[in-house]
Design a protein around this ligand. Structure first.
Ligand SMILES: Cc1cc2nc3c(=O)[nH]c(=O)nc-3n(C[C@H](O)[C@H](O)[C@H](O)COP(=O)(O)OP(=O)(O)OC[C@H]3O[C@@H](n4cnc5c(N)ncnc54)[C@H](O)[C@@H]3O)c2cc1C
Length: 389
């Protein structure tokens, strides 16, 4: 059957390389991992070895020096293959905070090792159990004591910690009552997770709906050397927000990849499955939802490219990045529903991979940013409607 992605030709070689690599990890591989709740070590190792996760690291620090458009194509193809980028996507973009705001010394020390995969920086600790999306209320506190910071507090949903060497941590360094604006007084730290054997750090895995390694984290007088502060103390929230456009565009691309995977799977089944002596896809009641879901994936894909191109051209891209994430998450979820419905009962059987991908793509309505918060950004910051919080 023909390729359904009209943009396939734009990055044909890149896509082919990814398809060859991902093709070595078929349905059996993902099902085995799912059964054992295992991390896809081999898959991530291959992606790392091929240099794909270092796409955004500049060549001077040992990376590929590619743009966000290419990086987004990489993650799109990972999800398009039936895999899930969630196991490793953060290795690609968390380092952006270090790259944009770290000192030259920090960049030289860490980026080449991150590029080679020797150091895994794929854990990012922002969310807290009692404050949720209201990040300015972050309670985890890092108090400066001489040449170190002493951290106390709690984080939740901190992914891939057990498969990371480094973690980026957002913590308050000045109490909220003592800052002029609530967005100030937060700082970002690069945490070496193996330092001092992790003394003062407790990590508890959270069993969840998808095969995704994510954790509750408790800091109890956990020490971080002061030299691991990234940028200036008190400006951390701005640094984190800076990285969010890239993250949203990359997540949008993953959703687009999922969307194409679902549509492809659906059209094949609708052509093959015969009920009442004809392929079910001959019924317009089956055809139209597939065609509509496909149209929405194409539209989201176009928006993803627009946002990524703006990002690469260093143009303002926050509105486009948010719209791309919103439309792509909706389109992949619609395609997932259509795929499940078209497969009837077989959609529920694990061996078809649909129920797994269905659960995986559902996450994007909530994380890394929930749909309501994107709508609120567009309403208030782009359309100028009154602020609600
Ligand atoms: C599998 C998984 C992995 C994750 N990985 C990470 C990670 O690695 N690092 C990390 O820091 N976080 C991570 N997260 C956390 C994720 O970013 C948050 O779950 C997400 O941002 C939503 O925050 P919350 O769960 O605190 O929801 P809440 O902020 O409690 O919100 C609950 C619901 O209310 C809605 N809501 C809240 N306020 C408003 C409002 N004013 N108007 C309208 N609606 C509103 C939200 O949209 C949401 O639907 C992960 C989450 C999951 C599930």
């Amino acid at each position: 059957m023909a390729e359904i992605n009209p943009r396939f030709i734009q990055h044909r070689e890149l896509r082919q390389s990814l398809r060859e690599l991902c093709g070595q990890f078929g349905s059996d591989y993902w099902q085995r991992n799912e059964e054992k709740s295992a991390y896809p070590e081999e898959f991530v190792a291959e992606l790392t070895k091929a240099g794909w996760l270092a796409a955004l690291i500049p060549e001077q620090y040992g990376g590929a020096g590619l743009g966000l458009v290419e990086a987004s194509v990489i993650l799109e193809e990972v999800n398009r293959s039936g895999a899930n980028s969630g196991a490793c996507h953060a290795q690609m973009y968390i380092m952006g905070t270090l790259l944009r705001h770290g000192s030259e010394e920090q960049k030289r020390k860490y980026l080449p090792q991150i590029a080679s995969g020797e150091l895994r920086l794929q854990s990012f600790a922002v969310t807290e159990p009692t404050t949720g999306t209201d990040t300015t209320k972050t309670k985890t506190f890092a108090a400066r004591k001489g040449d170190r910071y002493v951290v106390n507090g709690q984080k939740v949903w901190i992914s891939r910690m057990q498969h990371s060497d480094l973690m980026l941590l957002l913590a308050r360094t000045t109490p909220v009552e003592q800052v002029a604006k609530k967005t100030e007084g937060l700082s970002v730290f690069l945490v070496d997770l193996h330092r001092s054997g992790g003394a003062g750090l407790t990590v508890r895995p959270i069993r969840n709906m998808v095969n995704h390694e994510t954790n509750e984290v408790f800091f109890d007088n956990f020490e971080i050397p002061a030299e691991n502060l990234v940028g200036e103390e008190g400006k951390g929230l701005r640094y984190i927000l800076d990285g969010m456009n890239a993250e949203r565009i990359l997540i949008a691309a993953e959703c687009v990849g999922d969307g194409y995977w679902f549509i492809d799977k659906t059209r094949k089944y609708a052509n093959d499955r015969v009920v009442f002596d004809r392929p079910i896809g001959q019924n317009q009641g089956i055809q139209f939802p597939i065609a509509r879901a496909y149209a929405n994936v194409l539209a989201a894909d176009a928006m993803r490219y627009e946002a990524a191109q703006l990002f690469d051209a260093a143009q303002p891209c926050a509105a486009a990045a948010n719209v791309a994430k919103l439309l792509a998450a909706d389109a992949s979820w619609e395609a997932a529903n259509v795929c499940l419905q078209t497969h009837g009962g077989f959609g529920f059987a694990s061996e078809y991979d649909i129920e797994r991908k269905f659960r995986e793509t559902r996450l994007y309505q909530v994380a890394p940013i929930s749909t309501n918060l994107i709508l609120s950004y567009l309403a208030e910051h782009v359309l100028g409607l009154p602020r609600s919080f």
